[in-house]
Design a protein around this ligand. Structure first.
Ligand code: NG6
Ligand code: CA
Length: 547
């Protein structure tokens, strides 16, 4: 059987070299037991690329539903993203970077574990409600856990959406919210539990809801409304923004959400202040760890629905709230980079910016995204969008900057968010346990443009409705899925919704992405041998359990 994790030389075209650099206080970094540090230093450094003395801080900024064409440096004209464009000019910009799935849950699961989410039962990794149990096993080798083992302080700020609690007992929103981020390798976490459009609409810091009044306890249900609770369907005149049926349950901050929530009024977030709140937490974390290696996972909320950018960003673009929230995201990125400059950390910090899945215009709220989109191409002209198996669902922006180490330019090397686990292992000089990160390939040589650098040659992608695809070299193979109706887009969604219809793949698809980058011509009938070969290869990858 051929090596399904095989790699090929990357085509990296470096441009000119440019080597450079309030709120609720978070607890400070804990110091790992000395023994762990000593063991880490002594651990064999199989395949290490970076010398230990160069171990940088690492910040991964992951946008939510940002498309391949949404940034200036990826061709957007209608949205100005000067801060991110500058990051791209100082770093390496990838043109074939992939989120492993076209929705958040499986994508983030894979990003943190290095395993494709479709290896798990769907109940663990389909779009989960805000009261679903933790989908990653506590204590397993995750991206933050790897950094933690290397002595880094690790932090999460922003979206979680990987479940909370053990699934045995309901999550105790009024007590200790656990297990969660802290049990999978994060020292500090300031996060919202699921999505912006799902209850509970509160922040959790480490193990506790922030600002909770014990006299006003929180209850959450995805099944039943609470007596007297304000519901979008009953009080549409109370809403700032119209919504479809699925998004018309509890009203929080004048916006109806998916699911029902009562209590916790003092703790409820204000959407308009979300960017400032998260940015303050990220800034605080960086400041607190300025003298200590750190890993920060900044899980931005933009431009996911409901899109409610802060007032000073309204009207920044002609595209309405979606464009304006991308402008807000760009500003946030600029502030994070400014903090690095201010603390003299730029030179020693690897910054990676990407997105969890492709873009979508209408996603439940009537915010004008479709009507005001004009000629903007959120997916950069690729076919499809969030939820779907086509390139627009998963090809994402990916920028990496590490002054003096990463040569600025553009790379067409294939890279996947799953690869960050093995990359982090290499960066921190740790062997990856054999059962961890099955689908993770060390991309550090690629990032560092080393002559021996190899990029992955294949990748398995996941859409909703059980759709799966193998990208192998220039080819993309999509077997017909068994679904007859769209499925897997979260509770309450209407499977007949036109947005999801394209998730049904009635017959095998084969595209040559070089000849046909927009996946417009199914050539499966012309290449039966290729179809058979790719079907065998996909089956082999699906059977893999260990590296
Ligand atoms: C869907 C929601 C959508 C979004 C998505 C998750 C519909 C009709 N509704 O169920 O609004 O919340 O879940 O988005 O699709 S994600 O980026 O976290 O995957
Ligand atoms: Ca998303």
């Amino acid at each position: 059987m051929r090596d399904v994790r095989s790699v090929a030389p990357a085509t990296t075209a470096p441009a000119e070299t440019n080597l450079g650099a309030t709120l609720v206080p978070v607890k400070l970094k804990p110091h790992l037991p000395l023994l762990v540090c000593i063991l880490t230093i002594m651990a064999p450094s199989r395949g290490r690329t970076a010398p230990a003395s160069d171990r940088p801080n690492v910040i991964v900024i992951l946008a939510d539903d940002l498309g391949y064409g949404d940034l200036g440096c990826y061709g957007a004209k209608a949205i100005k993203t000067p801060q991110i464009d500058q990051l791209a000019a100082q770093g390496l910009r990838f043109t074939q970077a992939y989120a492993p799935a076209s929705t958040c849950m499986p994508s983030r699961y894979s990003f943190l574990t290095g395993d494709y989410a479709w290896r798990q039962p769907p109940r663990k990794t389909s779009i989960l409600d805000g009261d679903a149990p933790l989908s990653i096993d506590p204590g397993s080798t995750t991206l933050p856990a790897l950094f933690q083992r290397a002595g880094y302080a690790t932090g999460l700020v922003g979206k979680w959406h990987l479940g909370l609690g053990d699934g045995q007992t309901p999550v105790d929103w009024n007590g200790k919210v656990s297990p969660g981020p802290l049990e999978i390798g994060l020292d500090h976490a300031f996060y919202f539990p699921a999505t912006l459009d799902r209850v509970p609409c509160v922040f959790v810091q480490d193990h506790n809801v922030v600002g909770l009044d014990p006299g006003d306890p929180i209850s959450v249900s995805y099944l039943h409304p609470f007596p007297g609770g304000a519901i979008g369907t009953e009080h549409p005149h109370w809403l700032k923004m119209g919504a479809d049926r699925q998004h018309s349950e509890s009203i929080i901050n004048g916006i109806s959400r998916i699911g029902y929530m009562s209590g916790g009024h003092a703790a409820r977030w204000v959407d308009e202040a979300m960017a400032d709140t998260l940015l303050a937490q990220a800034t605080h974390f960086i400041e607190q760890n300025r003298d200590h290696p750190f890993f920060l996972y900044y899980a931005a909320h933009e431009p996911h629905v409901p899109r409610v950018p802060g007032p000073r960003f309204r009207g920044d673009t002609d595209l309405g709230p979606r464009g304006d929230s991308i402008a807000e995201f760009d500003w946030v990125v600029g502030r994070i980079l400014h903090t690095l400059d201010r603390l003299d950390l730029t030179k020693n910090t690897l910054v990676i910016l990407s997105s969890d899945n492709g873009p979508i215009l209408f996603d439940g709220y009537y915010d004008g995204a479709q009507e005001k989109n004009g000629s903007h191409e959120p997916a950069g002209g690729l076919r499809g969008w969030k939820y779907l198996i086509y390139e627009g669902g998963m090809r994402v922006p990916f920028i990496a900057r590490w002054p003096g180490h990463i040569r600025p330019g553009e790379s067409s090397g294939m890279i996947c968010l799953t690869d960050l686990l093995a990359t982090a292992a290499d960066l921190t000089g740790q062997p990856l346990p054999p059962d961890a990160g099955i689908d993770s390939i060390d991309a550090l040589p690629l990032l560092l443009s080393q002559p021996s650098a190899k990029a992955r040659t294949n990748l398995v992608e996941q859409g909703i409705s059980g759709a799966i695809a193998l990208r192998e070299g220039d080819w993309k193979y999509v077997p017909a899925n068994v679904a007859t109706q769209a499925s897997g887009m979260g509770s309450g969604a209407n499977p007949n919704d036109a947005r999801f219809r394209d998730s049904i793949i009635p017959k095998t698809l084969l595209f040559n992405l070089v000849d046909d980058p927009t996946e417009s011509h199914n050539v499966a009938a012309d290449h039966p041998d290729k179809v058979a070969e790719l079907a065998r290869e996909l089956a082999a990858i699906q059977k893999e359990t260990r590296r």
